[in-house]
Design a protein around this ligand. Structure first.
Ligand SMILES: [Ca+2]
Length: 484
């Protein structure tokens, strides 16, 4: 039997209901799923996406074994909405969960817009789908989708390690962490090491079961903290490269961005993250599960490259992309994505189709040969034809809706990508910017005036979509007086 067909059969068997007394023969392994979500990791923050200063051999190895997506997007430029999109398969605008929880208090010309403070329990999450199909489900790490009544165990996870309402480890990455749902480790233990260990323990204790493991690292979100010896390694590397002077982008909304990646502590933080991706991949291999474990690796939004309100120097750089976390420019929403579907994805393959966070839910259901959930993952499409290289997606556009001010200085905006073109609309004045991403990945050349027909077409499409998903728009701020 062809290997592909054999694996397909295994996928089907993975969901075949077990008859009483039926024991699965050892040769028929069910598929497991390991979803690794990194926080605030920029598209460029790994070797396989072009970084030369950061070192990510394990992520690069995964890319060499699976399919790397060059045009993968987070559903939002900040944390909670993207996480909600992954869990529900719906756009943040449709969920009315459009900002990080609890959100930015800033207003300007437009008023602050209220939004959902949790992922509603009425959503049938991807974890609930896997759990009801008999998978052991485990959540490890950052949740950030609501208060105590909305933690991972209320949304389909059997196990929750470290998931709570927090968006970052406020006390830092070295134990004691003082994080709800995580016991502190020995003093000085490093959080990414610990969370990978927790994930590996779960894999060990469920080696005989099929499982869905969601490893949601707090890293590489601020505070930027790493181990001393690794920081020293990158300080030496920066010196070797003669990176003795900071180079900032001179103009535009990302004028305070670093033009190049050169921050030693952040580079060390990336390396530790990569090491811990490697530890989990090695565990899968050593446990004999490499051929029946699907691995997804991605990030929840672009890299943070501009600090709120001019505080100290930023650490990251998303160049050649424009902007960073909090913006609808590519730097805020384009993210790394690697999918390894053993026996199916061609090792080292690269896909340039635009895909988005909402797609993971229907994709993983199809890989597991589970039925789609009616009315649930309606904004995602299964990426299976891309992963199998058997076809393209029947979708003509992707959409973003971020109707809030953000610490990066972002002002409320929405965006659409259709083919090579992307339009961003700023809600304070409804001005639009149009870019051809294929020719201008940096979004330097606004084509809105030279291509008014294209701009109009995309703007109308974006407006129609907002109506379809019932997107909430911010209202004018009655107290607004200034012009900033
Ligand atoms: Ca984030």
């Amino acid at each position: 039997m062809l290997r592909r067909n054999f694996l397909k059969l295994m996928g089907a068997l993975a969901v075949a209901p077990a008859a009483p007394g039926w024991a699965r023969p050892k040769s028929m392994k069910p598929l497991n799923f390991v979803f690794i979500l990194i926080d605030d990791m920029g598209w460029r923050d790994c070797g396989c996406n072009g970084s030369t200063f950061y070192e990510t051999p394990n992520i690069d190895r995964l890319a060499g074994e699976g399919m790397r997506f060059t045009d993968a997007y987070a559903a939002c430029a900040v944390c909670s909405p993207t996480r909600a999109a992954i869990m529900s398969g719906k756009y943040p605008a449709r969920l009315h969960l459009t900002d990080w929880i609890p959100g930015n208090r800033k207003k300007g010309k437009l008023d602050r817009l209220a939004f959902e403070q949790q992922l509603p329990l009425s959503e049938v999450t991807i974890a609930e789908s896997f759990k009801s199909a008999g998978y052991k489900t485990c959540f490890v790490g950052k949740w950030h989708l609501g208060g105590r009544d909305y933690y991972p165990k209320t949304q389909g996870f059997d196990v929750n390690v470290a998931g709570n309402n927090r968006g970052a480890p406020r006390q830092g990455y070295f134990s004691p962490y003082n994080l709800e749902n995580l016991t502190d480790g020995p003093k000085g233990e490093y959080l990414p090491d610990r969370l990978a260990t927790e994930a590996m323990d779960f894999i060990d204790s469920n080696a005989d079961d099929r499982f869905f493991l969601f490893l949601s690292h707090y890293t590489v979100h601020s505070p930027v903290q790493a181990k001393k010896e690794t920081i020293a390694k990158y300080k030496a590397k920066a010196a070797r490269l003669k990176y003795d002077k900071l180079i900032f982008v001179k103009e535009g909304p990302d004028a305070r961005n670093r033009e190049r990646q050169d921050h030693a502590t952040f580079a060390a933080m990336i390396e530790h993250m990569d090491e811990n991706v490697g530890r989990v991949l090695d565990k899968i291999k050593r446990s004999g599960m490499e051929d029946n474990t699907v691995v997804i690796f991605t990030s929840d939004n672009g890299g943070q490259s501009i600090l709120p309100y001019g505080r100290t120097a930023p650490w990251g750089s998303n160049r050649p992309l424009r902007g960073g976390k909090g913006w609808n420019y590519e730097g805020g929403i384009r993210v790394p994505l690697i999918v390894k579907w053993p026996g199916v994805t061609k090792p080292g393959s690269v896909c340039s189709a635009p895909v988005i966070s909402c797609d993971h839910y229907p994709t993983l259901l199809e890989i597991a040969a589970l039925p789609p959930k009616p009315r649930q993952h309606i904004d995602g499409v299964s990426l299976a034809p891309l992963l199998k290289q058997t076809g393209s997606l029947k979708r003509d556009a992707l959409y973003w809706h971020y109707p809030h001010y953000h610490g990066s200085a972002h002002r409320p905006s929405g965006a659409i990508r259709a083919g090579d073109f992307k339009l961003i609309e700023f809600f304070e004045n409804m001005n639009v910017e149009l870019y051809n991403l294929r020719k201008d990945i940096r979004e330097d050349h606004n084509l809105a005036r030279t291509m008014p027909d294209k701009a109009g077409e995309l703007r109308n499409k974006l407006h129609r979509w907002r109506q379809q998903v019932n997107a909430a728009m911010p209202k004018p701020n009655p107290d607004y007086t200034g012009d900033s």
